[in-house]
Design a protein around this ligand. Structure first.
Ligand SMILES: Cc1cc2nc3c(=O)[nH]c(=O)nc-3n(C[C@H](O)[C@H](O)[C@H](O)COP(=O)(O)OP(=O)(O)OC[C@H]3O[C@@H](n4cnc5c(N)ncnc54)[C@H](O)[C@@H]3O)c2cc1C
Length: 323
């Protein structure tokens, strides 16, 4: 038997849609699919990307809500739909093709902590909403401040830091562009490249003309207490005082389970999707941060999930028309 085929007995659970990932993208899709009378299983490992932060901003009617509260509210709404099941603390370890003889095109192999977790679920369609994994610049105490006074998303968190002395720490080539954006919120910004060649000399001059400093020395560590950062300590011991700031992480989509399918990817490895969330594999959709690059925000992810759900329902019944 080919290694891509499912080797255990056929799954007892068959649904219209398996949603992989229970963040805003997956939960919003689940709500809309549930209301469209689709049978849905949401599989969620339960590791929200924004878990580090205390408050989420910019989600209409929920500005400032704690991240877990947003998920809790969404789960409570889903409970009204008996055709939607959420499998918590469960991961999809592999997504496998079938011969589709009974209309089921995919088998999602599961690994959960509960004995009641089925080993696999068969589905007509699958929505990938697994978000991104972040790698922060390697600075010993950065994690202790991340989500408290150091952030990655200016649109989400710069309002609370406006007009204060801020740092932008990163090693990626888009650092100068990012600095110009963050300068909307403060005129006291220092860009720290941590020894990387991330800002060109022309860019540095342009930033200087806007009052933005570039510090090229390596960072020893951040200083501060209980999540409140107070300074960037450089390798030679010099301390640059700050009240907060931003980092530029590296991002990787969480798609290890896609070993048997090879949907097209974007340059940053996220799944390439059409404007409705269809990937290049029939029946496979994606929404949220795991899909084509765009603003990484909760309400955008939720909107993409809702849109993919609508199109998925159309595709299930074979209607390819405008809405
Ligand atoms: C520190 C921080 C603060 C932020 N603050 C804000 C803010 O204030 N406002 C805002 O709009 N945005 C904010 N964001 C961005 C926001 O968190 C993301 O844009 C949003 O969470 C993306 O939603 P998603 O549904 O695509 O993915 P996620 O929210 O990341 O959810 C993906 C889910 O899929 C699960 N998963 C992954 N792989 C598997 C698998 N194989 N099987 C099962 N489940 C799996 C994960 O455990 C996770 O629960 C912040 C991000 C960070 C890092």
């Amino acid at each position: 038997m080919a290694e891509t085929e499912y080797t255990a007995s056929p799954p007892a659970v068959e649904v219209d849609v398996v949603i992989i990932g229970g963040g805003p993208a997956g939960l919003s899709a689940a709500l809309n699919l549930g209301r469209a009378r689709a049978s849905v299983v949401v599989v969620d490992a339960g590791r929200p990307r924004n878990a580090a932060t205390l408050r989420s901003h910019g989600f209409l009617t929920r500005d400032g809500v704690p991240p877990l509260e947003l998920r809790k509210l969404a789960r409570a709404e889903l409970a009204a739909y008996p055709n939607v099941t959420v499998l918590d603390r469960t991961i999809v370890t592999a997504l496998l093709p079938t011969d589709a003889s009974n209309g089921m095109r995919f088998i999602a192999a599961l690994k959960g902590r509960s004995e009641r977790t089925p080993p696999a679920v068969a589905a007509r369609s699958v929505l990938v909403a697994t978000g991104l994994r972040e790698t922060l610049p390697s600075i010993p105490s950065l994690r202790a401040f991340y989500g408290m006074t150091m952030f990655s998303c200016a649109a989400c968190d710069a309002w609370e830091l406006q007009d204060r002395p801020l740092a932008l720490i990163g090693e990626t080539p888009d650092l100068a562009a990012r600095a110009r954006l963050i300068a909307r919120w403060t005129d006291r910004l220092t860009v720290f490249t941590n020894g990387a060649d991330a800002v060109g000399t022309v860019e540095e001059a342009e930033l200087a003309a806007s009052g933005i400093l570039v510090e090229r020395r390596r960072i020893d560590d951040l200083e501060g207490d209980r999540g409140t950062v107070s300074g960037v300590r450089l390798s030679d011991g010099m301390l640059v005082p700050i009240d907060g700031g931003f980092v530029r992480p590296q991002w990787q989509p969480q798609l290890d389970f896609l070993t048997s399918h090879d949907p097209e990817r974007e340059a940053d490895d996220t799944l390439a999707v059409d404007p409705s969330g269809r990937t290049s594999v029939a029946g496979l959709y994606a929404a949220g941060d795991a899909a084509s690059p765009g603003p990484q925000q909760l309400i955008v992810a939720a909107g993409q999930g809702a849109r993919a759900a609508a199109v998925l329902v159309h595709d299930l019944v074979g209607v390819r028309t405008a809405h």
